[in-house]
Design a protein around this ligand. Sequence first.
Ligand SMILES: O=C(O)CCC(=O)C(=O)O
Length: 263
Amino acid sequence: MTFNLAIKNWLTIDAESITNYPDGVNQIYKCEIDGMLIKGVFSKEEMLSVQNKLNSKKEVRDPLYYGAIQGAILVAKGSDRTQYFQDATILREDLKNLFKTNYEARVEAILTKMSGGRTVEIPKEDAQKIYTPATIRFVHPNKGGIKLHRGNEFLGDGAYDYMNQIAKIVNGLSYFIVIDKAEQGGELVLYDLLPEQLTTPKKDLDLDKCNKRYLNPDIGDMILFQGGSIFHAVADVQGNKERITIGGFVAISKDDQKVFYWS
Ligand SMILES: O=C(O)CCC(=O)C(=O)O
């Protein structure tokens, strides 16, 4: 495995130590920190129980090129978000059954410690239109992983109109938590483009040329990073097991008072 320490300001810390980064979300937003791997946000036992429950209800997953997904993706549903909000409600209920400890409360507790005093919440347009806190991604073996992307490329989508009004979504953050690991592969790969590549269209990028960082978080670990601007991908999963993660995006509100998380 090549391991080039290119993305310079990366932190790996225990969940208890995040209090050392009280404004961590904003620091990642401002690109002072590229991202962090936070160890042990959920225990292995908690995640084993989530794996078992997910595997006993596979029919709710939607197939996708890398495997499957559970829950609504904002951009996939277009600017009519009726279906998105219905699916978001279903996933929020599912999460209450999947996680013995409240999923939203745990994520909010972690983000609150790094929110610089901002209130952490799921965006909502009104009492009925509440965003989903996350989607669950199942990356299947030998499907090529999750393709190269960065958050900023989705922002022109009409589905983002509301988020655009309320949040600083350019250079927003991505987060995910590992529910189950691949036997091999499945690393998050971050690409540190060379200065001359910064204006190169994505389809023309020669990624062999630039430095890469491979991250292999363990079950229960969380990754929070500058997914808006850093090109990233998930490496092909190998072995017999699927790789399961849960996550979405994080952004600071335009009035600087809140931190939103959603998918
Ligand atoms: O591993 C995941 O759940 C997705 C990682 C990713 O591509 C992202 O967060 O944008």
